[in-house]
Design a protein around this ligand. Structure first.
Ligand code: NOJ
Length: 749
């Protein structure tokens, strides 16, 4: 009886799946037909209009084109397909109204850089990446997407999935750090978060994987600079997060400002046509970065905008953001027979398809609902989520003698430093000031609501970039009156972000001198470091007993910091990027090759690929981060020692992790692999998997990782993905620099 019931249920589920599949198929067919029907009605000018994107009436996020005509008039003439930087239902309505006056009434896309929250500001993306918590990251983007879509936005220029191995690069703050595996998981989580149940839901915004490709590898970390990279590094390190975003269903890609080996990404057919639309079968559209089509003139790749438009369209850039190269030149390029209408049609089809999928043809105003806008922003549960995300983003770098968490019985705490009372700064770069009254919780605010009877003193000590020590005496006096000193130090928020690269990434001004003076008082000192990039702070790292790296945590930052300081949340963040000891070590990353003279053998001067004035090791390694408790790793076991890994074979690795301390805590158990001998050579370590687990004091858990053959594969010099038999080393640990258990296995075929 039970068997029959089960069978019936299976049949029902199967039929439902087939029905759902058929429905999806029918919808796709339907959209394709609608696109073709519309395309057939469009004039060449109207088609070109769809490929044109203008900046709206909010802030400009790129060089503004002067002396332009009336944009609303152009929209009415069908000369614009999308507008960026326009927010709020009222503004979007004005623009959509204009589009509805055009001959074919093709709705506009409204694009916006929703980088870390919309109305509620979440931590910067690099901070969120420190959580290694895909659920929390997806939720953060779900909230950002819900808020943005209630405000008229239907398209976000996020996530930025560029791998970055250079903390001088200002945009390191916008990505997920240096690792392709972690970066890929985060890329997928962000896309899923933004797009929610999929394009067509009213609370989904279409996501953009940017910047395609290799933008994060700008030489010298200077923004917009050239990239010179081997094809293998491109495929192994820089492309995987883009592929992950694509597999997660991302609607659009944005290309990048840089040239890649001499060919600007915007005019790069290898990237956009061969890889993205060819090998990967991407069906969405590619938007240029701001003005990047026209910038091919500066690159020296095109003589003028006419040539730039030709190169960009041929290379697969579908929409022109703000350079006006397409709107001003495509018609002539067609007339001159330099490009075919088919090429334009392909780009138009891709754009119209997304507009249909978003449901804009059913209702161009579906994201423009002032009632929804009023009730969907700044909800209390969003504020809670922002606080939770912020706590998870904090990394405990040092905690000598368990100085942290703070006791609730302290009489006096001195809060010192330029960021102790900072509010707006906590939002970090590229936060949107949607509501000027957004409540921002400073560290001081957060401490006040946690401190109970403890008296809080405050002294600024110095400004962020001050060269003067005139505030030091006041700060020293405050420190002397306190049982514990908390110092809030760091960069200014606009020291990272677009066009914010720095050659000197030390803690700015006299801040480290102030830390030295306060430490000299003999009081216990805890330093909180706020920044959008890894900074250099060697004296502090060597001499201060407790350090928390808090990045820019968003509007709930102060609560999150206080939660961690008082142990209401046990820090669990792990660095998604290597922290150097000196700018001279950059680029520095954990997954490097061993070289012929590896640095660990430093007894022979001629035998190390290192500096004579610096160790090769970083200050803090990728994956590093402490907890208030301790975790013991033991009993590693392999399911087989000589696996033959046929295509679907799995090799299981299990181990026990025990919380041996007195606080409940989360640990990110990290699995790295090394292919010991291979041609070409493989990195000394590659992150292949991790698990974030919560353990109560004394609790032990068995964890199992399943290694698939695919995880042992890599690109050979012909860019074929291969697996070579031989010895592999499995390394499991708490950081790339803190491997606790190892085991090797022989792959037999
Ligand atoms: C230029 C930036 O590189 C890109 O990431 C952003 O989306 C556009 N400007 C639009 O603001």
């Amino acid at each position: 009886m039970i068997q029959i019931k089960k069978k019936a249920i299976c049949i029902l589920i199967l039929s439902a799946c087939i029905a759902a599949g058929n429905k999806a198929f029918a919808q796709k067919q339907d959209i394709n037909q609608k696109v073709e029907a519309l395309l057939a009605k469009m004039t060449l000018e109207e088609k070109i209009g769809q490929l044109n994107q203008y900046n709206g009436d909010w802030e400009a996020t790129g060089p503004v084109t002067k002396d332009v005509g009336n944009k609303l008039d152009e929209i009415k003439q069908g000369r614009v397909g999308a507008v960026l930087n326009i927010m709020g239902t009222e503004h979007c309505r004005t623009f959509q109204d204009a589009a509805m006056k055009s001959r074919l009434k093709i709705p506009l896309l409204f694009g916006q850089d929703v980088i870390h929250g919309y109305r509620i500001t979440f931590p910067i993306p690099l901070a969120e990446a420190s959580s290694w918590d895909m659920g929390a990251i997806e939720k953060a983007e779900r909230i950002a997407g819900t808020e943005a879509s209630a405000s008229g936005i239907n398209w976000t220029f996020a996530p930025m999935v560029d791998i970055a191995r250079d903390p001088r690069w200002g945009r390191v703050m916008e990505g997920a750090g240096e690792d392709p595996y972690l970066g890929s998981l985060i890329a997928a989580a962000r896309v899923k978060g933004f797009q929610g149940k999929g394009l067509g839901s009213t609370d989904a915004v279409m996501a953009t994987a940017k910047h395609f490709a290799a933008y994060g590898a700008a030489i010298g970390g200077r923004d917009y600079n050239s990239v010179d990279m081997s094809p293998r590094t491109l495929w192994e390190v820089y492309l995987p997060p883009f592929k992950a975003a694509l597999d997660a269903g991302v609607g659009t890609f944005m290309n990048s400002f840089n040239d890649l080996n001499g060919i600007p990404a915007t005019g790069n057919s290898y990237l956009q046509r061969d890889i993205l639309k060819g090998k990967w079968g991407f069906k969405g559209f590619v938007v240029s970065d701001w003005g990047s089509i026209g910038e091919m003139i500066n690159h020296g790749y095109a003589k003028d905008n006419y040539e730039a438009a030709e190169e960009a369209l041929k290379a697969g850039s579908d929409m022109d953001m703000e350079s006006r190269s397409y709107i001003n030149n495509l018609a002539k390029l067609v007339a001159d027979k330099k490009i075919s209408v088919n090429l334009i049609d392909d780009a138009v089809r891709r754009i119209l398809k997304k507009k249909f999928e978003l449901g804009l043809f059913d209702d161009p105003y579906r994201f423009i609902n002032p009632e929804r806008e009023k009730t969907s922003l700044n909800r209390p549960e969003y504020v809670d989520a922002a606080r939770d995300m912020a706590r998870k983003s904090i990394v405990l770098l040092k905690n000598e003698n368990n100085l942290l968490p703070l006791s609730k019985n302290l009489k006096t705490i001195a809060l010192i430093g330029p960021l102790a009372k900072a509010e707006k700064e906590l939002k970090g770069f590229w936060s949107l000031d949607i509501d000027k009254n957004e409540e921002i919780i400073s560290l001081m605010d957060g401490m006040q609501s946690h401190a109970g009877q403890t008296k809080l003193l405050y002294s600024q000590g110095c400004g962020i970039t001050d060269t003067s020590r005139k505030g030091f005496d006041d700060a020293i006096a405050a420190a002397k009156k306190a049982d514990v000193v908390i110092m809030a130090m760091g960069e200014a928020p606009d020291m990272t972000g677009e066009a914010k690269s720095k050659s000197n990434i030390h803690l700015p001004g006299v801040q480290e001198e102030l830390i030295k003076e306060i430490k000299a008082t003999g009081k216990p000192v805890i330093v909180l470091l706020m920044a959008g990039r890894p900074m250099i702070f060697n004296w502090t790292a060597d001499n201060v007993p407790a350090i928390l790296y808090t990045w820019w945590l968003g509007s709930q930052g102060g609560n999150a910091m206080a939660d961690v300081l008082y142990g209401d949340y046990n820090p669990s963040g792990k660095l998604p990027i290597t922290f150097p000891r000196s700018e001279g070590q950059i680029p520095i990353y954990y997954n490097h090759y061993n070289t012929g003279r590896p640095a660990q053998n430093d007894t022979d001067l001629f035998y190390k690929s290192a500096y004579i004035d610096l160790p090769n090791s970083p200050r803090y390694a990728f994956g590093y981060g402490l907890s208030y408790t301790n975790f013991e790793y033991k009993n590693i076991e392999l399911s087989k020692s000589t696996p033959s890994m046929k295509d679907n074979d799995i090799l299981s690795v299990s181990l026990m992790v025990q919380n041996t301390g007195k606080y409940a805590g989360e640990e990110v158990v990290q699995l790295y692999l090394r292919d010991m001998v291979s041609q070409p050579v493989r990195p000394v370590k590659e992150l292949k998997d991790f698990k974030k687990i919560l353990l109560q004091p004394g609790e032990t858990r068995r964890i199992t990782f399943n290694i698939r053959k695919d995880e042992l594969s890599f690109y050979n010099d012909k860019l074929e993905r291969i697996v070579q038999p031989g010895t592999f080393q499995i390394m499991i640990g708490s950081a790339s620099s803190d491997i606790r258990l190892q085991k090797s296995f022989e792959l037999t075929n």
